[in-house]
Design a protein. Structure first.
Length: 166
């Protein structure tokens, strides 16, 4: 069954492509600020908000598997921004604690981010800022409920579907 491609379909896909391009600063392996990637900043920020953070909580925050979390945290540990210690409740579990240097780097990144966020806000007309935030939240919520099923090579076009996540 062939589906008609509407202007709205094209506009949404174009929006996704443009968002991906605009958010390239947030890709996992690109240096963001202070020689830290955006994902590593998320780690520092999560630790700062909680004072300590166990690795299990970090897996959930980042939505990545354990080995990826370990790989992402390793440069922060090597730079002395974060220390990894055994958790009090379980000797097999680890907790992350930000060092003094880590707190300083975290604060400098936030200063950089505040400038960036405020510059973005200035481009959006003041009376539309709340609407932009609400629309973006709705869009992200909708995206979080849908997954793309990858099609095998040679599959008929109607066999490739997006579906609501269970």
């Amino acid at each position: 069954m062939k589906r008609e491609i509407s202007n709205m379909d094209r506009e949404i896909l174009s929006l996704i492509a443009h968002l991906s391009k605009a958010l390239r600063c947030c890709r996992r392996d690109e240096v963001f600020c202070e020689d830290v990637t955006f994902t590593q900043f998320q780690i520092l920020d999560a630790i700062a908000q909680n004072r300590t953070l166990n690795m299990a909580a970090l897996h959930e925050i980042l939505s990545v598997d354990k080995s990826t979390t370990t790989r992402l945290i390793a440069p922060l540990i090597r730079r002395g921004l974060v220390v990894r210690e055994r958790a009090d409740h379980d000797s097999r579990a680890a907790k992350l604690i930000m060092t003094g240097d880590g707190r300083e780097v975290h604060a400098r990144i936030w200063q950089c981010l505040i400038s960036f966020v405020r510059a973005v806000q200035e481009v959006i007309p003041k009376e539309k800022r709340a609407s932009v935030l609400e629309g973006t939240r709705l869009f992200l919520e909708a995206m979080s409920h849908v997954s793309v099923a990858r099609c095998a090579e040679g599959s008929p076009a109607d066999a490739c579907k997006c579906a609501a996540k269970p």
